[in-house]
Write a protein that binds this ligand. Structure first.
Ligand code: ADP
Ligand code: MG
Length: 323
């Protein structure tokens, strides 16, 4: 239902929430925040455009969750604790039921993640959602992409591929049972940002990145800026049940290595950190898998089969401006 409601009423009803840890939240020309003693601010922004980042008709509650989740994922990949968020929304019409569901998904994840909404912008336009997040971390402990060291292990949280497989199914390129498709759709539409893991990796991991464009592509960024070759062991990669069940091995491998939209963390750590990371996986109840190592060589990613031979890839990841 489309009702007549003003921009200010939308902001007041759906996007004004208490922000006790900010000096000033929603309602003035700027919000005011202050990092705690010895902490630096980590800032990131990510935009979701209908038709590009999500399909028209996506469940609004899940979209509210995902809009925030993909941004929190960047904080996680930097090892930052989430503190504040700004939300800019272009909405084609004011469908209050839609806004209400979107806000519910957004605020539920915000509360659970300890992040406060402190501002944004609301305007009419083609559906587009843009979030800016601010996090905090102790100065000097950030997990940069450039920190991977020679001989470090490469680790992955959770598993990749289910989100891309859901998209392939929704676009008619693959088929799954209803139960498996629902699991995959949840991964696509409501990814879980690995914030707790990111924070705990401070002082353990040497580098980190979140997998948004595909495992090989994103690990490739780490390899490039760390000036090392990432050797990825194909057989070591965790495979979700849906990937094993989809009946199309080539598609499953492409989803696994180059699917994107996973929002898992791929990170490097010295061999000496293995037992700490194994214990952390148990503590967080989140699988952490060793999937390869950083070696001397031309910066980039090499995927290896069990016999050590190089696996040729048809796709390395998602790029908005490449076919
Ligand atoms: P301005 O005209 O200065 O841009 P606005 O009228 O757009 O101010 O916004 C008024 C207040 O509401 C500001 O504090 C702004 O940050 C906040 N705000 C606007 N839209 C949103 C939104 N979608 N989510 C959170 N806060 C918002
Ligand atoms: Mg404005």
């Amino acid at each position: 239902m489309t009702t007549v409601i003003s921009e200010f009423e939308i902001i007041r009803r759906y996007f004004t929430r208490p922000a006790p840890s900010a000096i000033l939240g929603v309602g003035d020309d700027c919000a005011l925040v202050k990092a705690r003693q010895g902490m630096v601010l980590a800032v990131s922004t990510d935009m979701l455009v209908e038709g590009t980042h999500f399909l028209a008709g996506t469940d609004p509650e899940r979209l509210g969750h995902k809009t925030l989740a993909v941004n929190l994922s960047d904080l996680a990949a930097m090892g930052a604790d989430a503190r504040w968020v700004l939300l800019s929304a272009a909405l084609p019409t004011v469908d209050e039921a839609w806004v209400d569901a979107f806000a519910r998904g957004f605020h539920a994840l915000a509360e659970r993640s300890g992040v406060e909404l402190i501002g944004g912008d609301t305007t009419r336009g083609p559906l587009c959602l843009s979030v800016t997040v601010l996090g905090e971390l102790p100065a000097g402990l950030e997990l940069r992409r450039s920190g991977a060291g020679l001989g470090d292990d490469i680790w992955l949280s959770g598993a990749t591929g289910e989100a891309a497989l859901a998209l392939a199914c929704l676009q008619g390129h693959a088929r799954l049972s209803d139960a498996l498709l629902n699991d995959c759709k949840l991964r696509l539409e409501a990814p879980e940002p690995r914030l707790e893991l990111g924070g705990r990796l401070r002082g353990i991991a040497s580098s980190a990145i979140d997998v948004s464009d595909g495992l090989v592509a994103d690990l490739g960024h780490v390899a490039e800026v760390s000036s090392l070759r990432a050797d990825l062991l194909l057989d070591a990669l965790p495979r979700a049940a849906a990937l094993r069940a989809c009946g199309d091995a080539a598609l499953a491998q492409r989803c696994l290595l180059a699917g994107g939209d996973d929002y898992e963390l791929v990170f490097t750590a010295p061999v000496a950190a293995r037992s700490d990371l194994e214990a952390l996986a148990i503590e967080l109840n989140l699988p952490l898998t060793r999937i390869g190592s950083m070696q001397a060589g031309a910066p980039g990613v090499v995927v290896r089969a069990a016999d050590g031979s190089e696996v040729k890839l048809s796709h390395r990841g998602f790029d908005h401006f490449q076919p």
